[in-house]
Design a protein around this ligand. Sequence first.
Ligand SMILES: NC(=O)c1ccc[n+]([C@@H]2O[C@H](COP(=O)([O-])OP(=O)(O)OC[C@H]3O[C@@H](n4cnc5c(N)ncnc54)[C@H](OP(=O)(O)O)[C@@H]3O)[C@@H](O)[C@H]2O)c1
Length: 276
Amino acid sequence: MTIPTYTLNDGLEIPAVGFGTYKLTENDGFESISAAINAGYRLLDTAAMYGNEAEVGRAIAESGIPREQFIVTTKLRGRALGFDETMLAFEESRQLLGLDVVDIYLIHWPNPRLNRYLDSWQAMIELKDDGLIRSIGVCNFPRQHLQKLIDATGVTPSINQIELHPYFPQSELRTFHAEHGIQTESWSPLGRGSELLREQVIVDIASAHGVTPAQAVLRWHTQQGLLPLPKSATTERQALNLNSFGFNLSLAELNAFTALERGRIGGLDPETVEIM
Ligand SMILES: NC(=O)c1ccc[n+]([C@@H]2O[C@H](COP(=O)([O-])OP(=O)(O)OC[C@H]3O[C@@H](n4cnc5c(N)ncnc54)[C@H](OP(=O)(O)O)[C@@H]3O)[C@@H](O)[C@H]2O)c1
């Protein structure tokens, strides 16, 4: 199975679907991540906050697959915002992953009230210039904070990883991303175990294409140029989620999914909620 790719604004080519690893910790987590690698995932999404960078690193090391075939994303946690703090936190993540170079490093949460994300961004630019990171980006950044990074440094994030699924399609922010060449990554792309995958319109459209509701929702992401990061601890679902490119939704079907819009699932508005 060949997975399509996207090219980031700095030239890095990455798979159009990645594996989310939130909550996959310790030995069970290691087993799930290893199974996902066996299923064919090569873009792995972890974070200092998930407490599983060591498990991700071990799964890669023990996979027998050359390191260069993986794109490993990790994230700077909210409490480590600041220039020196970022340098230290990055080094800790790099050691836990057991990697010389981290492919993608993202600011996990802007925490605007702290007013420190710009210092972190400057540290990340330095780390990239030093060759320790291949691509730098952010998560959960509303447009005015993206604009602040761009205006202050002239360096546009390659990625903004945001909550995105048919209940919360984030059309406005996506337009800003498109105008600035920022790749949108979708977190909770399947609606995080909510009733999304049981919505009748999704069930019916999936069935008409002979695919599962999750596959139909993932295709809704990739047909719009979004990069979904589905998480599953189940081997069978991991494979199904990766293999969602062999059919196309019509424009009316895409719109029918988008019409389910009703807002964030957990209410985590990054403008006001602080996550450390
Ligand atoms: N940057 C951020 O702030 C941020 C925030 C949240 C998440 N993320 C990233 O995004 C990733 C994904 O988000 P998420 O874990 O919140 O939600 P998600 O991927 O939308 O949903 C995961 C849930 O869906 C279930 N599931 C997976 N595949 C399925 C299928 N084919 N059919 C039915 N159910 C299925 C999983 O259960 P099983 O495991 O039992 O299969 C799990 O309960 C995270 O792991 C993390 O890497 C980033």
